[in-house]
Design a protein around this ligand. Structure first.
Ligand code: 4AD
Length: 456
């Protein structure tokens, strides 16, 4: 269907004086004796185009909210430096009617209410803006890595090894477990892959294989976690960006993470000014200046051990008690980034017991070269580390955790054949979107959220 994107028309004056065809859904409509005003949105911009219909003497049925229309008309200058389209009823084609029980008839629905209709909520300004931010940030992330000599790698989604070792894998099976199997081994041997398989929680292990050949790689795909965490920042299916870099130590990993975030957020401010203004006005006052500050200042840096001291001396009444060795909870992460540093902060060198087997063991024998990036409002958005490149140390860390070394023979081979210092991190894409839009619930930054107890 030949037509012009509304975005093209509303962002320049070049169509003024020409006849155009536009398509879209009616956002609002109001009628007076001789003219009707219809706000049409086709999704290409937060801005609607106003259609001014000269009604004449004929029968004119006012378009209803939600109807889809094709309109042919003349572009003219409107009030306040805008453009609009003048037309007559004969030049309006109704593509799809919309009955009065359309749930978005009225404006101002709560985000919670809109969550009950994921198939329609994209037609609101809020979700129009969120999806565009997602798209622009995704493209900026690819651009960042492509501009810095990284190779984009697609790692498998079905895997036989649990990268994080946290037992949060969804099982992939074509077999229901029945009592005819004598034990688990027999059950899995009869399953599709001939052994236990699951959905990947992270592409890191395979990413390491590629990085130790290609030097610098990144992945950008979904990860799956069967975490029983019904919180505003956990999804069972989230999008994960995982760069992995050979010849890199922890400091290099931290530098890349900071540089990457500053670049993509800078791009967002440049390419989505309307969306950022919208979120600033409706979701988080001061969002724009917070993002501008982020890209113009160094991120903070603190070790886990120092962070524990800060928390213990805070005088705060945390729900989860703080002791060296404990996992940092969201309340602790937010205290560190919001109250102490008041900006993004890298926390490094965590106790080895609370981190994954693959992290480089520090000389103190107690901590590993891990890093998490904590940001105000959200908490952790990045988790990464330098990897253990020493074969014997890696094997002993795996044995301490009771892991089956046979399942990780490829991974161990990397430490046998030309091992190099290397590292990388994982950025949770939805958490980045939350941070850059001020949206407080992760369910509102992905088209169809998958969370514990809920799928649609
Ligand atoms: O800290 P995580 O578990 O690290 C890894 O998966 C490493 N293998 C990454 C690497 O070094 N290549 O996860 C990384 C990030 C978290 O910081 C968070 O932003 C996001 O992934 N994340 C989630 N996002 C939404 N829902 C969940 N359930 C998430 N779990 C992790």
């Amino acid at each position: 269907m030949k037509h012009i994107d509304v975005k093209e028309i509303v962002t320049s004056k070049k169509y003024v004086g020409s006849e155009v065809t536009v398509c879209g859904w009616v956002r609002t409509s109001r009628n007076s004796k001789s003219v009707a005003f219809v706000e049409l949105n086709d999704g290409t911009s937060l801005k609607n185009i106003q259609i001014v219909v000269e009604k004449g003497d004929g029968d004119f049925k006012e378009p209803r909210v939600g109807m889809s229309l094709k309109v042919v008309g003349n572009v003219v200058e409107g009030r306040n430096n805008t453009v609009e389209i003048n037309t007559v009823p004969e030049n309006i084609t109704v593509l799809g009617d919309c009955p009065t029980d359309y749930p978005l008839q009225k404006k101002g629905h709560s985000l919670e209410f809109l969550r009950s209709m994921p198939h329609l909520r994209s037609r609101t300004n809020t979700f129009n803006a969120v999806w565009r931010v997602r798209s622009v940030l995704a493209a900026a992330l690819h651009r960042y890595f492509q501009n810095h000599n990284y190779v984009y790698i697609n790692t498998p989604l079905i895997t036989g090894s649990d990268c994080e070792g946290a037992g949060e894998m969804f099982q992939v099976t074509t077999n229901g477990y029945t009592t005819e199997f004598r034990n688990e081994e027999e059950y899995y041997a009869n399953d599709f892959f001939g052994r236990k398989a699951g959905l990947s929680v992270s592409g890191q292990l395979e990413g390491e294989m590629a990085a130790t050949a290609m030097g610098k790689i990144y992945t950008f795909g979904p990860s799956f976690r069967a975490e029983n965490s019904n919180t505003p920042k956990h999804l069972a299916e989230f999008w994960h960006i995982e760069p992995e870099v050979a010849f890199a130590e922890l400091d290099d990993v931290i530098e890349i993470a900071e540089d990457m975030l500053k670049y993509v957020i800078g791009q967002l401010l440049e390419l989505c000014p309307d969306e950022i203004k919208f979120f600033d006005a409706h979701f988080e006052k001061g969002l724009k200046s917070r993002l501008e500050e982020l890209i113009s200042h160094d991120f903070g840096r603190v070790t886990y051990t120092e962070a524990i001291e800060l928390l213990k001396n805070s005088g705060e009444n945390f729900v989860y008690p703080v002791e060296w060795g404990c996992d940092l909870q969201t309340e602790h992460e937010r205290y560190i980034s919001e109250k102490v540093f008041k900006k993004a902060v890298f926390v490094t060198d965590y106790p080895k017991e609370i981190k994954s087997f693959y992290m480089k063991q520090n000389p103190d024998g107690k901590t590993v070269a891990a890093v998490d990036l904590l940001v105000p409002g959200v908490g952790e958005i990045i988790g990464g580390s330098e990897r253990e490149a020493d074969y014997d140390k890696l094997v002993s860390a795996m044995q301490e955790r009771g892991m089956n070394l046979d399942l990780y023979s490829d991974y161990l081979d990397l430490r046998k054949f030309g091992s190099v210092p290397h590292g990388g991190f994982g950025l949770g894409f939805e958490r980045l979107i939350m941070y850059t839009t001020g949206m407080a619930n992760i369910r509102d930054v992905i088209l169809y959220p998958r969370t514990v107890g809920s799928i649609r």
